[in-house]
Design a protein around this ligand. Structure first.
Ligand code: ADE
Length: 255
């Protein structure tokens, strides 16, 4: 899968994405990450990428022409007939999640458009953008960090990017449940022991304990997720028990 990032800060994208799991996948050719500098596609001698907004107001707006030329250079390089999906990172886009990451991972190529300043001329957005995406309800200084966040999450879903061991790991948001707590050596640290069941070697008990802790954690931190989870009989029983406990007033109020 190929990721193309249209940006004014190509080094930031390159440096950020060529480490760890993604760096390994890029080195082995499973994914391609190309950061393309929009400024290389300006036509004036001062290499301007922005201008004052029509109608007045603070800040500058990114001009359409360099972005159009940058996009066309990517299309030429790709040399394919059908147009790729183009994601514009913006706080008013659809909020990114794991389901969207999985869906986008099925694309052969994805193009990201990173904005800066007060935004981008609407005419180029309506011409090339297929997906408007936000990574959360807060405002960042530019689209590079959101693009990097998305590329990391999407690339992990591409077959071959994770080793068997890595993809076998139960991850948060798999089946709408958060990940259970993990422990490593030493067995007692800071006066606190590792839960005994994890030392038991009883795989069924361990799986059960982990499922229960996943449900606990989801109910505590992201209770709205659990409606979308598929729970087996044992998990359902535990979930119902937790709910009934939550419904009871605590013993003090009960007196
Ligand atoms: N650009 C600025 N803030 C953003 C956000 N929260 N998500 C995506 N793109 C952005």
């Amino acid at each position: 899968m190929n990721f193309y990032v249209m940006t004014l800060f190509p080094e930031m994208v390159r440096d950020g994405l060529h480490t760890s799991i993604l760096g390994r996948a890029a080195d082995s050719g499973i994914i391609g990450i190309e950061a393309v500098n929009i400024r290389d596609y300006t036509l004036d001698k001062h290499r301007h990428v922005d201008d004052y907004p029509y109608g007045g107001g603070a800040g500058m707006v990114m001009a359409p022409e360099p972005i159009k030329r940058c996009y066309e250079a990517i299309l030429d390089k790709r040399g394919k007939k059908e147009r790729p999906r183009v994601v514009y990172l913006t706080p008013w886009g659809k909020v990114f999640n794991q389901t969207m990451a999985k869906e986008l991972a099925a694309e052969e190529d994805l193009v990201f458009l990173c904005g800066h300043y007060e935004g981008i001329d609407e005419r180029i957005l309506s011409e090339i953008v297929t997906d408007y995406v936000s990574i959360g309800d807060y405002v960042l200084s530019g689209g590079e960090l959101p693009a990097m966040v998305m590329i990391d999450a999407i690339a992990r879903m591409v077959p071959g990017v994770l080793t068997n061991e890595e993809s076998g790991m139960t991850e948060s948001f798999e089946n709408n449940l958060l990940e259970y707590p993990q422990y490593t050596r030493p067995e007692v640290w800071n006066g606190e022991a590792v839960p005994e069941v994890l030392l038991s070697g009883n795989h069924q008990k361990i799986a059960e304990w982990r499922m229960e802790r996943s449900i606990d954690r989801t109910l505590t931190y992201r209770p709205e997720l659990i409606r979308g989870a598929v729970l087996d009989k044992k998990a359902q029983k535990y979930y119902k028990k937790r709910l009934s406990e939550a419904d009871l007033p605590d013993s003090k109020d009960n007196r």
